[in-house]
Design a binder for this molecule. Structure first.
Ligand code: NAD
Length: 332
């Protein structure tokens, strides 16, 4: 089986090259460019493509992939909102993902954003490096005893909730499928509106679907208490960025920690330091002192990269042998 990789980075090559030895019947070819309808033909001659979060597998791209003989799409990530699954099924393309590669790592990054925002670590670091040891405006608040709302308690949200319970927080959660193990630990499931009203920190861990797009909009933000902290390490489209800017400008939104952004495709994962930023909304976000943005790096741990490579190749090997790999995703 020949697999063409898109959006490949040095760390992808390293982890897949380390894992490939166990798979003598699989060949890998790495491309740097993003996968979309304009680049799909570069997979000509391969049996499968391996794609990441900002590749754009819309109906047109899927059609092009099918036309050049691709039968398998391997997603080296958990989310699959970037794939038109109905089009994949119409073209008999199997789509497989890596459902859980290191949920704790993503949860820990969300906690890192909370701690850095709350205790103003970036500002403090910059000051100390300039021998400015003033503590003015570096005041934070105790996490112990504060109410944290977790939206989506699947693998990552559950890991996040457990960490926050460890901090001594009161944890509220919202999920159409509550997790009884979390309830037993003291997590209280409430409707989204009640979670927004009661939480000092709201952290998003649900997938991006048509139903969850702009789950956090002007109304949801208005319902949150003044000074609330919003954390999004899931998918950018869960949050209406323009509404967020409105609430940052009034001061109602006290802190914002983002690892994802709704227009991140084409921006994140690249070194754009020599270019003029064209996205005015993103540029405005960067002006607020209480906003901390990382470029979709929550997944990036040694353990996650190794698991992603191992699971993706195991998925490919099963499908090569005509066996359902167990990690397929399809339109429901
Ligand atoms: P998961 O499938 O284990 O859990 C998702 C949970 O969200 C489920 O329990 C589901 O019932 C719940 N959910 C669905 N709709 C909801 C709604 N409307 N409101 C509240 N909850 C809802 O997924 P996971 O592995 O925990 O990953 C969660 C998301 O994190 C992924 O979809 C992905 O987008 C994102 N992610 C981001 C990174 C990163 O590097 N930033 C890495 C991995 C995953």
């Amino acid at each position: 089986m020949d697999i063409t990789f898109f959006s490949t980075k040095k760390y992808d090559r390293a982890s897949f090259n380390a894992a490939i030895a166990q798979y003598p019947h699989i060949n890998l070819r790495y491309l740097d460019c993003r996968l979309d309808a304009t680049t799909a033909a570069l997979a000509t001659g391969a049996d499968a493509v391996c794609a990441f979060v900002n590749d754009k597998l819309d109906a047109e791209c899927i059609g092009q992939l099918a036309a050049v003989g691709i039968r398998l799409v391997l997603l080296r990530c958990a989310g699959f909102n970037q794939v038109d699954l109905a089009a994949a099924s119409a073209h008999n393309l199997v789509v497989a993902r890596v459902p859980a590669y290191a949920p704790e790592g993503v949860a820990e990054h969300a906690v890192g954003l909370i701690l850095a925002l709350n205790r103003k670590l970036c500002k403090a670091h910059a000051r100390v490096r300039e021998n400015n040891f003033s503590l003015e405006n570096l005041q934070g608040f105790n996490l112990h005893g504060c109410t944290v709302g977790v939206v989506g308690t699947g693998k990552i949200g559950a890991a996040f909730a457990r960490i926050m319970l460890g901090f001594g927080c009161n944890v509220l959660a919202h999920d159409p499928t509550p997790d009884s193990a979390l309830t037993a630990l003291g997590v209280n499931y409430v409707p989204l509106d009640a979670l927004c009203r009661a939480s000092r920190i709201v952290s998003l861990h649900c997938p991006l679907t048509p139903a969850t797009r702009y789950l956090i909009d002007d109304a949801a933000l208005s319902a949150m208490p003044a000074g609330v902290m919003l954390i999004n390490t899931s998918r950018g489209g869960l949050v209406d960025t323009r509404a967020v800017i409105k609430h940052l400008k009034t001061g109602h939104l006290g802190y914002l920690g983002l690892d994802v952004y709704e227009e991140e495709a084409g921006l994140f994962f690249e070194d754009e330091s020599d270019h003029i930023l064209q996205d005015d909304v993103f540029a405005r976000l960067q002006t607020f002192p209480n906003v901390l943005i990382t470029g979709h790096q929550a997944f990036l741990t040694q353990e996650a990269l190794a698991n992603i490579a191992e699971t993706s190749l195991a998925n490919a090997e099963s499908e090569r042998q005509g066996i359902d790999c167990g990690n397929r995703v399809s339109a429901s």
